[in-house]
Design a protein around this ligand. Structure first.
Ligand SMILES: Cc1cc2nc3c(=O)[nH]c(=O)nc-3n(C[C@H](O)[C@H](O)[C@H](O)COP(=O)(O)OP(=O)(O)OC[C@H]3O[C@@H](n4cnc5c(N)ncnc54)[C@H](O)[C@@H]3O)c2cc1C
Length: 464
């Protein structure tokens, strides 16, 4: 049977069954249509708000399959989406009517313990990656939720518990293998295809499909970390204290603060901290944070790095509905904290949260134009995380996120983290996400992907 497809031009047309069979014959992996078993499972992604039906899903088993899929899409002018871990809130991994290039089966990794590097395929999740690198007492900056994919996170920048000590995930990238829009398999590094390598460190999925990432690793084994939890009534004081504490803390410490609901249903304010360095020194550094106020729980302890990486996973399961907004804030004056707390307290979902992160350190010592990721200033990032399960409540929780966002906006810096966008923010916010590097990115997009084949992302339109 022929397949109805969506073209790049946004029109529908019929694709000959023989063309689909030809793609099947060229790939090691499967090509699924809606008629095939496994289609619904393969199109499902983390955010249950997104329910899209690709015409074809290419379940790639390796770089050669990715090349076949990209050339097929180019030849038939098909709408394309690329799925790594499938964890992006905006849901750009899946498209309606087009070809979904599914990388989730590509989970190979090889750690070189002597060089302290790893080659990793794009279907890996951070929990898989950490499992393998921790076997050698090594790690690199990665997402704080184990089920997040390494691919989308790395290409958009990448922050996590090691960001202040070791920089962004994309700062730890040594090289990549990538299939560009012309279907060519290329290697990009500081020595080869330098412009492409520059663009892939922060430019997201705009420049090709990465089939392997080469990372720098660091010695990381036991860390001092965990949660210190206070009642929500202490939120204003705790966040003020935390603001002053983190901005003068050593780079071994990365610490976030969250307004969330404890498993017993009580609203709390939680400090989540990870000290990666000498443990005795960590005890000294973290003492003021542990002694502040009257915490309900002090869960700070020495633990394996993988334990810290596993802390937040249960709070962000697959299958919930999610709507998020976020922005960077250069400073966090008391009035901004008051506004955030007041609006956070109006949440009607125990699954929702407001998270205030602070970076700087090694990430801020990289020049703004050294990588496509441009937001290098030491700053706070506030995430308004709407999460719920009942579709009938969409407007309530989306409304809460938008209200929080409006209340905090007067203090926002104007810069946003590309990986945390929900997808309905509009073109100016996408430009703000790439910041000062947007025009160079748009020129490179015109050169490398003039037809904008890779458009299901926070899209950089080719400059004219
Ligand atoms: C619960 C949760 C926690 C998070 N925590 C963090 C965190 O700690 N730090 C952080 O920095 N971010 C975090 N994020 C944001 C995260 O970085 C993005 O959601 C990221 O896109 C996830 O990557 P993925 O591969 O799972 O995405 P997918 O949904 O699979 O892909 C998203 C987009 O990335 C691009 N893409 C994916 N793979 C490839 C590839 N191989 N080649 C080219 N393009 C590709 C495509 O454009 C795709 O549309 C979190 C998100 C969630 C939902």
């Amino acid at each position: 049977m022929n397949v109805e497809i969506m073209t790049l031009a946004g029109t529908k047309r019929s694709l000959d069954k023989m063309a689909v069979d030809d793609l099947r014959s060229r790939m090691r992996g499967q090509v699924l249509t809606a008629a095939d078993a496994g289609y619904d499972a393969a199109r499902r992604i983390w955010n249950a708000m997104i329910d899209k039906r690709p015409a074809l899903i290419a379940r790639c088993e390796g770089a050669a399959d990715v090349g076949e899929a990209v050339r097929f899409a180019g030849a038939h002018e098909l709408l394309v989406s690329v799925r790594g871990g499938g964890h992006n809130v905006a849901g750009t991994a899946v498209c309606d009517g087009g070809l979904m290039i599914d990388l989730s089966l590509m989970k190979g990794i090889r750690v070189d313990p002597v060089a302290r590097t790893a080659w990793a395929q794009p279907g890996l999740l951070w929990q898989d990656f950490d499992h393998e690198t921790q076997a050698y007492g090594l790690a690199t900056t990665g997402g704080v939720v184990g089920e997040t994919g390494i691919a989308g996170l790395t290409l958009g920048g990448g922050v996590g518990w090691l960001v202040r000590k070791h920089g962004l995930t994309c700062d730890n990238l040594l090289a990549v293998d990538v299939v560009t829009a012309d279907g060519q398999l290329r290697h990009a590094s500081p020595e080869a295809n330098q412009d492409l390598f520059w663009a892939l460190r922060g430019g997201g999925g705009n420049f090709g499909v990465v089939t392997a990432f080469h990372y720098q690793l660091h010695e990381v084994s036991t860390i001092l970390g965990g949660l210190v939890i206070h009642p929500r009534t202490a939120a204003r004081d705790v966040i003020r204290f935390h603001r002053d504490f983190v901005t003068s803390a050593p780079e071994e410490l990365t610490s976030y603060v969250g307004l969330l609901t404890a498993p017993d249903g009580n609203p709390v304010v939680a400090l989540a901290s990870c000290y990666s360095g000498d443990l005795q020194e960590g005890e000294r550094v973290l003492r003021p944070l542990r002694e502040f106020g009257a915490p309900l729980v002090d869960g700070i302890q020495a633990m394996p790095y993988a334990g810290m990486q596993g802390l937040f996973g249960p709070a962000f399961p697959w299958g919930n509905r999610n709507y998020w907004k976020s922005s960077y804030f250069r400073e966090l004056p008391d009035a901004a904290i008051d506004a955030v707390v007041e609006h956070a307290n109006r949440s009607q979902s125990p699954l929702s949260a407001v998270i205030i992160e602070y970076y700087g350190g090694a990430a801020s010592r990289v020049a703004v134009d050294a990588t496509a990721f441009s937001h290098r200033e030491a700053s706070f990032n506030i995430l308004f995380v709407g999460q719920w399960s009942d579709a009938a409540e969409d407007s309530i929780h989306i409304g809460w996120v938008r209200n929080c966002w409006e209340a905090a906006k007067p203090w926002a810096s104007g810069a946003v983290y590309m990986n945390a966008l929900s997808g309905d923010e509009g073109p100016q916010v996408v430009r703000d996400a790439y910041g000062a590097n947007y025009s160079r990115l748009a020129a490179l997009k015109a050169q490398l992907d003039p037809k904008n084949l890779f458009r299901m992302n926070q899209n950089i339109t080719p400059s004219t």
